[in-house]
Design a protein around this ligand. Structure first.
Ligand code: UDP
Length: 455
């Protein structure tokens, strides 16, 4: 009988978590692990429907799903509801899953690798006598901020419920990005009561980290060294990208439109503006139309990801008119193979919401950014990109959240003419590749964790 080390892997149920968790899983499989990957049933159905062969399977990875405690039609973008649902039911299902797997006579599950946001999974690990690793999929600076909540309260930046005492930006220490007191996940959890509940959950999750033997993070030392030096327990192992394993399924929730790669092949090198806002950002009609007009005004080729839920109307006469006016140089798709897009030689820059995965994917490919953050850590990432690493420029939405078309055009011109930004983007690209290459900082960290998990 085989005796491979067997880990059960459980991401927070959102696209920006499932993708890096699968990247990590692919890497572990390559290193001889057996992986059981847990999606919620709701997300597993989406992955199956979006995958080209309608299976959702990934080689070497055993895909399983458990309920998230919500009814099929319930709003999973409502953080309060989502968290309430999974806390009620998921621990029980996870226990069952592990018990059955370990009674089946195959390789026993010895490790849980769970998202920091799923702190309850570490309690399940403890209860069942299995060991735990935490995988944090955003920046180390964001995790360091969560771990610093008691200090932020003592310093009078947040009150005891996590609400901002002052609307201001702060830095954890010199050389770290700025953080807005109003831009934490709990600030988006509806009314004050909802915010308090999510804040307590966040605080509780940071305490449950004590149950994890390792905390690994999808970043690399060189790019976040001021934070990682102060928080040496956060082990950078990234960037973990499926780009290193092209062709492997990455758990996309929407079908990837690969025809846009052929379109990119026809564009001149270094010419296309790639526009994508990740999986959750929503633009209102005026923000959306002004952005479209800005792209039109720029007269540059663009590839724009317009998810079906990006704005309230992603079809209709207005859009038909825009498409006609930009035909030949503009392409809109509902979901792209983003990592392939960013690696394409035709891409000149990335107009991004600055989600951490998008940020790492842009850095990995040396692509300059035009930043339009939407919520939570995206503001911190914007600050990293524009002020700390200096590989991009920020857009400045007006009080209605709209970026005027002229600003889009002008900032694009400024960005693409800036040789310093280009040079620094290439420098970070090299540093990212060195970190995961054999002997690099992330390579060594991942190896030490993997070696320990093999024992
Ligand atoms: N993504 C993609 N195709 C798209 C848009 C996004 O594959 O058209 C991927 C992107 O490569 C990234 C993830 O979706 O890995 C989004 O994660 P991110 O942290 O950037 O943003 P979030 O969706 O969490 O806001």
């Amino acid at each position: 009988m085989s005796s491979r080390p067997h880990a059960i892997v459980i991401p927070f149920p959102a696209q920006g978590h499932v993708i890096p968790f699968l990247a990590l899983s692919h890497s572990l499989v390559e290193q001889g692990f057996r992986i059981t990957f847990v999606n919620t049933e709701f997300n597993a159905d989406r992955v199956v429907a979006a995958s080209p062969d309608k299976s959702g399977d990934a080689e070497g990875i055993h895909m399983v799903s458990i309920p998230d405690g919500l009814a099929p039609g319930e709003d999973r973008n409502n953080l309060g509801k989502l968290v309430d649902g999974y806390l009620r039911v998921m621990p029980g299902y996870l226990e069952d899953l592990i018990r059955k797997a370990n009674e089946s006579g195959g390789d026993k599950i010895k490790w849980i690798i769970a998202d920091e946001n799923m702190g309850w999974a570490f309690e399940v690990a403890k209860k069942m006598g299995i060991r735990a690793t935490c995988f944090w999929t955003a920046s180390a600076a964001m995790l360091a901020t969560m771990l610093s909540i008691p200090e932020l309260i003592r310093a009078g930046i947040l009150d005891a419920d996590g609400l901002p005492r002052r609307h201001e930006k702060f830095q954890l220490s010199p050389g770290t990005p700025s953080i807005q007191t109003t831009q934490f996940a709990w600030n988006r959890a509806g009314d004050a009561a909802g915010q308090r509940i999510i804040f307590q959950l966040v605080v509780n999750n940071t305490k449950l980290l004590e149950l994890a033997e390792y905390v690994i993070c999808n970043t690399f030392h060189e790019i976040e060294s001021p934070v990682l030096t102060v928080f040496p327990n956060i082990l950078p192992v990234g960037p973990l990208l499926s780009g290193q394993a092209f062709g492997k399924p990455m758990g996309h929730f929407w079908p990837e439109d690969v025809t846009c790669v052929e379109w990119l092949d026809e564009q001149p090198d270094n010419s296309v503006v790639y526009v994508a806002f990740g999986s959750m950002t929503v633009l209102d009609r005026s923000q959306f139309e002004e952005l479209a007009l800005g792209l039109e005004l720029s007269r540059r080729p663009f590839l724009w990801v317009v998810r079906p839920d990006l704005t309230d109307e992603t079809s209709g006469a207005w859009l038909d008119g825009f498409r006609e006016r930009t035909v030949g140089r503009g392409r809109m798709v509902s979901w792209s193979p983003q990592q392939r897009i960013l690696a394409h030689p035709s891409i000149a820059c990335f107009l991004s919401h600055c989600g951490w995965n998008s940020t790492m994917e842009g850095v990995w490919n040396g692509v300059p950014f035009l930043c339009w953050p939407y919520f939570t850590d995206q503001f911190l990432d914007d600050s990293y990109i524009c002020n700390v690493w200096r590989i991009g420029l920020s857009l400045n939405p007006d009080e209605k959240g709209i970026v005027p078309r002229e600003e889009i055009k002008e900032k694009l011109e400024e960005l693409l003419a800036d040789e310093g930004i280009k040079a620094r983007a290439l420098m970070w690209k090299d540093a990212a590749r060195r970190s995961v290459g054999e002997g690099g900082s992330s390579w060594k960290n991942l190896k030490s964790v993997v070696d320990a998990m093999r024992e």
